[in-house]
Design a protein around this ligand. Structure first.
Ligand code: C5P
Length: 227
């Protein structure tokens, strides 16, 4: 069977990773969550005090990029790979609202993008990969056989993210989650380097009113056509 590359891009909290994980499992592909990589770099910046309440020292971060080693290690029990930063499992730490509030700023830094894009291209060079992010179909794998672009209303997206964080026991308000989702979309869509845009050959999916099962079924039909 042919091993293709599946690129999933779109706005924050549109369920990209849920679909990507299901696809990886069904087709026995590798799943790479590129957002986790930008989040881990942000955590590194935070842990090293390159960020404060109202500043981000991008020069310091850039000059320390060679001290960041990222790896994904598959967790059998969870059924997906967890993010490791310098050999420490940071999977849960990178999902906090604090990191979410920092990550889009870090993701505007070209040197950061260059490092992560190179690592992503290396991981996907054999095909058989599902990668989700903001620039996968446009920059990382412009030749991907299948490109999807996910959207949903900001309200639906914030509701999903809010429920997730509440279930984890985080003390957050719906308003701050909604603000964060909209603010990240704004920064991601307007940055100079690799802004979030739908690739010309990507298939758009608005899942505001579509359940996971229906979406997954439709997307599998698209994948099967490429095999
Ligand atoms: O996918 P997730 O919401 O975890 O991504 C977090 C942030 O990382 C995004 O809001 C965006 O700023 C950045 N990102 C990016 N390019 C990617 C993946 C994520 O700029 N390929």
């Amino acid at each position: 069977n042919k091993k293709i590359t599946i690129a999933i891009d779109g706005f924050s909290s549109t369920g990209k990773s849920t679909i990507a994980k299901l696809l990886a499992k069904k087709y026995n592909y590798i799943y790479v969550d590129t957002g986790a990589m930008y989040r881990a770099v942000s955590l590194f910046a935070k842990n090293n005090n390159f960020v404060g309440v109202d500043f981000l020292d991008s020069e310091k971060l850039v000059s320390n990029l060679d001290k960041i080693s990222l790896s994904f290690i598959f967790n059998e029990a969870l059924g997906f790979a967890e993010m490791f930063l310098n050999n420490i499992n940071v999977e849960s730490e990178i999902r906090t609202l604090e990191v979410s509030q920092l990550v889009s700023k870090v993701a505007t830094i070209s040197e950061v993008r260059k490092k992560l894009v190179a690592e992503q291209q290396l991981m996907g060079k054999e095909g058989g990969i599902v990668m989700d992010g903001r620039d996968i179909g446009t920059v990382v794998f412009p030749d991907a056989e299948l490109k999807l672009f996910m959207t949903a209303s900001a309200d639906k997206r914030a509701t999903r993210r809010y429920k997730e964080l509440l279930e984890k026991g985080d003390d957050v308000s719906f308003e701050e989650i909604l603000f964060n989702v909209q603010e990240r979309d704004r920064i991601d869509s307007t940055r100079e380097d690799s802004p979030l845009v739908q690739a010309e050959d990507a298939i758009g999916f608005d899942n505001s009113d579509m359940g996971i099962d229906e979406q997954f079924e439709r997307i599998c039909t698209l994948v099967d056509r490429k095999l």
